[in-house]
Design a protein around this ligand. Structure first.
Ligand SMILES: Cc1cc2nc3c(=O)[nH]c(=O)nc-3n(C[C@H](O)[C@H](O)[C@H](O)COP(=O)(O)OP(=O)(O)OC[C@H]3O[C@@H](n4cnc5c(N)ncnc54)[C@H](O)[C@@H]3O)c2cc1C
Length: 497
């Protein structure tokens, strides 16, 4: 194999000599064209690296992708973003995606059928949230005032949970009960962390609350994609990478990854190529397949394989007649499903085109047996409670993502992007972050992996490559450089956790 490896974009045959080594020094492979992989690829392409992305699927996007069926705008699962997803929104702007057009963006409005209606008025932060709690409907005054006191106490305490604390324990400790707990705090935990409150990490929950409550007002905005999830970011990102001398190979699963001298040999059905660095941006359950034969990776793989996962199911109801929800997204308090989204409205369909509703069942709801016919019947009853009586849907599709997200448990130690082998980095929503598994977490992780490679390449060029990249990365987490102890400058620390 040593003598017949395809190198980078060229097809010349190279021996693994120092010459070959220098030619491929800036060749980086990204495995996985999900949101993490495509963010990494964008930053690398911008920095002048020849980046090659390999994706097993027929479209980019991974767990946030367009699937065949319907009119070509169906996703594997309805996604909701918030204004605090600053890195993803920043990348969309860099891609010149018209952010105002591709999202239905609304000031925070949280409506749960038969429960409550909480909406943030157009006031500067934090008054928008304070007023939202004061004006929330169907909640006793005593609870509203308690919620305000609770937020103030959390702020005074720096939004810090106790070590190993669950969301249930946190809410008990703060005395949060009644309707706000039942209709806001607990559903918010399930919706955001995809983990039931009794086993969800209080600190991650508080991190989200912190960013919504203390950031600018726009951070609490709700953004619902008006386009499918592949067209939203991964496809424009792929075009961007291709324009900058990179390549994106769809339907090209990587079947083998091995060390080859100072390089990495990456094998697909089309042959083997050498790269200086590889970013493994696959879902946690797929990492072992690629790195299982690397002895130095075994402790890391044990950590990743120990992650538990939670399901998300999405039932799409197709109506022959017009069915419109009064809001793009509505909560269901005591029905079969958790949330219903009006897809036709979001995707801009004509009123005559009928109705398409996406019904989401998060982790706890998916513990029940998921039978499509029964779900469709019950979900239709949920819809009728929201819009009044109407004929049943003419069609329905059920997508169950069995490992939609990792289970966001208290005390979970999530690995970071840097591995013990300087040639291999990780990227993905399961890596160390203040956030649960979200699109934003994936994007931030991808950008951190790319930033590490760019930083090392720069250091190598000026002859200051750190002797231990791992050491350097761990120091980065605390905000200090590895060897000198000097703070990392803003330009080096491009992304937040
Ligand atoms: C149903 C559902 C609903 C969700 N709702 C929300 C939401 O409302 N808001 C939110 O922010 N997040 C939501 N999420 C979470 C979000 O989708 C994920 O956090 C994010 O997409 C993860 O991106 P990633 O790039 O880390 O991984 P992935 O998207 O899993 O990407 C990994 C990619 O690697 C590819 N791959 C794997 N093995 C190989 C191989 N050997 N060779 C080549 N390619 C390979 C895969 O095909 C895949 O494309 C939801 C997830 C699901 C499933």
């Amino acid at each position: 194999m040593r003598d017949a490896l395809r190198c980078g974009r060229s097809t010349v045959t190279l021996a693994l000599t120092g010459v070959a080594d220098s030619i491929v020094r800036t060749q980086v492979a990204v495995i996985g064209a999900g949101y993490a992989g495509m963010s990494a690829a964008m930053d690398l392409a911008d920095a002048g690296f020849a980046v090659s992305v390999y994706e097993a699927g027929i479209v980019p996007g991974g767990r946030a992708r367009r699937i065949p069926g319907g009119d070509g705008t169906d996703d594997n699962g309805q996604h909701l973003l918030i204004g605090a997803y600053t890195e993803l929104l920043g990348l969309l702007r860099r891609l010149q995606v018209p952010v105002e057009a591709v999202f239905a963006r609304r000031a925070l409005r949280y409506w749960v059928e038969g429960g409550m209606d909480l909406q943030a008025p157009h006031l500067p932060a934090p008054w928008h949230l304070a007023m939202a709690f004061l004006l929330v409907s169907d909640v006793p005054w005593r609870e509203r005032l308690h919620a305000l006191r609770m937020l103030r106490a959390l702020q005074a305490d720096g939004f810090r949970a106790r070590s190993g604390e669950s969301v249930t324990h946190l809410l008990d400790r703060l005395g949060a009960g009644g309707r706000l707990r039942a209709f806001l705090w607990e559903p918010l935990c399930v919706g955001a962390l995809n983990t039931p409150p009794e086993r969800a990490c209080a600190q991650i929950f508080l991190n989200l609350l912190h960013d919504i409550a203390t950031g600018p007002r726009s951070h609490s905005d709700l953004l619902i994609p008006r386009t499918d999830l592949s067209a939203l970011f991964p496809e424009p990102a792929a075009a961007y990478v291709t324009m900058r001398h990179g390549s994106v190979h769809l339907q090209t699963p990587v079947t083998r990854l091995e060390g080859a001298g100072t390089l990495v040999a990456l094998t697909t059905a089309h042959g083997t190529r050498l790269f200086s660095h590889v970013i493994v941006a696959v879902a946690p359950r797929s990492v072992s397949f690629l790195l299982g034969s690397w002895p130095s990776m075994q402790p890391l793989l044990a950590q990743i394989d120990a992650l538990d996962h939670e399901r998300i199911a999405t039932l799409t109801l197709e109506y022959a007649q017009t069915v419109r929800l009064p809001f793009p997204m509505m909560g269901v308090a005591s029905g079969e499903v958790d949330w219903i989204f009006d897809r036709r409205w979001l995707l801009g369909g004509a009123p005559s085109a009928g109705g398409r509703l996406a019904c989401v069942l998060s982790a706890p709801a998916t513990q029940r047996t998921l039978d499509r016919a029964r779900l469709t019947e019950n979900a239709h009853r949920d819809v009728e409670r929201l819009v009044g009586r109407c004929p049943p849907p003419v069609d329905s599709r059920l997508v169950v993502e069995k490992t939609a997200t990792f289970s966001c448990r208290p005390g979970l130690v999530r690995p970071d992007e840097i591995t013990h082998d300087p040639r291999v980095l990780l990227a993905g929503d399961y890596l160390a972050s203040r956030y649960p598994a979200t699109l934003e977490t994936a994007v931030r992780s991808g950008r951190r992996a790319a930033a590490a490679i760019i930083h090392w390449a720069h250091a190598a060029t000026v002859g200051k490559a750190p002797t231990s990249q791992r050491h350097s990365s761990q120091a980065n987490r605390s905000g200090m450089s590895g060897r000198s102890g000097r703070p990392i400058t803003a330009s080096k620390r491009k992304t937040e956790r």
